[in-house]
Design a protein around this ligand. Structure first.
Ligand code: ZN
Length: 263
């Protein structure tokens, strides 16, 4: 077992809104990965007194605890419970029905001696490598499938697409969103390596085309996740004129997180 976690803020003067953890319970042989990407609101009105990092720390902390302490509870149910717990922490002070209530993308993976379970919600990714080296990217591509015109303004996205039927879903205040996630279970014997990443790190493939997901995993294995994130930062600086756009996001730098586990 080898694990590595790197989480790098996109901006020096803005808190990192990603969350990452590796849980290795004392029972041995099993473990979990949790990676969240907090959604940055475009303006200050969110109906919530709290910051995005406040939200991701609570949701991510609950997911870390629930995935390792309740190994028989499916990941979608763990997500549902974690959202409920997080909502309860500010339901009395905040308007959780606001479309911009704090929210996050979610990647979960959990392994036992027998199986590997996974869950992906919104545009973070999970890479699964088989013993023969084949890499499969588990993606929830609802956001990517929306036409660019649908993402023209934040108001349009909030009114018609964000956590709406036919749009895309993030983990916000409603626990039923867990049923929207991409989930699955694989035999442990079919998985050699896992990597969970936020789209800030995924830019290496999706924006800058430095290679495919197999190349991404090979770089993380050989040179480490820090080398991968450093390369993304280098490419972003070279591209700072903004000739590329990022799916409705025009940030030059985004928080970038990689959680890697060789089982
Ligand atoms: Zn709040």
């Amino acid at each position: 077992m080898r694990t590595e976690l790197v989480s790098d803020p996109g901006l020096a003067d803005h808190p990192n809104e990603d969350f990452a953890s590796v849980g290795l319970p004392a029972s041995g042989q099993g473990g979990s990965l949790v990676v969240l990407d907090g959604v940055t609101p475009p303006r200050s009105e969110t109906g919530c007194l709290h910051s995005v990092p406040w939200f991701t720390a609570r949701l991510g902390g609950a997911l870390t605890e629930l995935t390792v302490s309740l190994p028989d509870v499916p990941l979608a149910e763990a997500l549902s419970r974690a959202v409920s717990r997080t909502s309860a922490a500010h339901a009395e002070t905040c308007d959780l029905s606001h479309p911009r209530t704090p929210q996050a993308t979610v990647v979960l993976a959990r392994w036992s001696p027998a199986s590997v379970e996974y869950l992906v919600l919104s545009d973070s990714a999970l890479l699964v490598e088989a013993p023969d080296g084949t890499v499969t990217a588990v993606l929830d591509d609802r956001l990517a499938r929306l036409p660019r015109s649908a993402l023209a303004t934040d108001a349009l996205v909030d009114a018609h697409y964000r956590n709406k039927e036919g749009g895309f879903f993030t983990a916000a205040a409603d626990p039923s969103v867990a049923a929207r996630a991409v989930t699955g279970v694989l035999p442990r014997s079919e998985v050699r390596t896992l990597a969970a990443l936020t789209d800030g790190a995924g830019r290496w493939v999706e924006t800058f085309r430095e290679g495919d997901w197999t190349d991404f995993l090979a770089l993380v294995r050989k040179q480490g996740a820090r080398a991968l994130v450093d390369r993304v930062r280098e490419l972003e600086r070279a591209d700072a004129a903004g000739s590329r756009t990022y799916l409705g996001r025009s940030k030059t730098h985004d928080d970038a997180t990689v959680a890697y586990a060789e089982l």
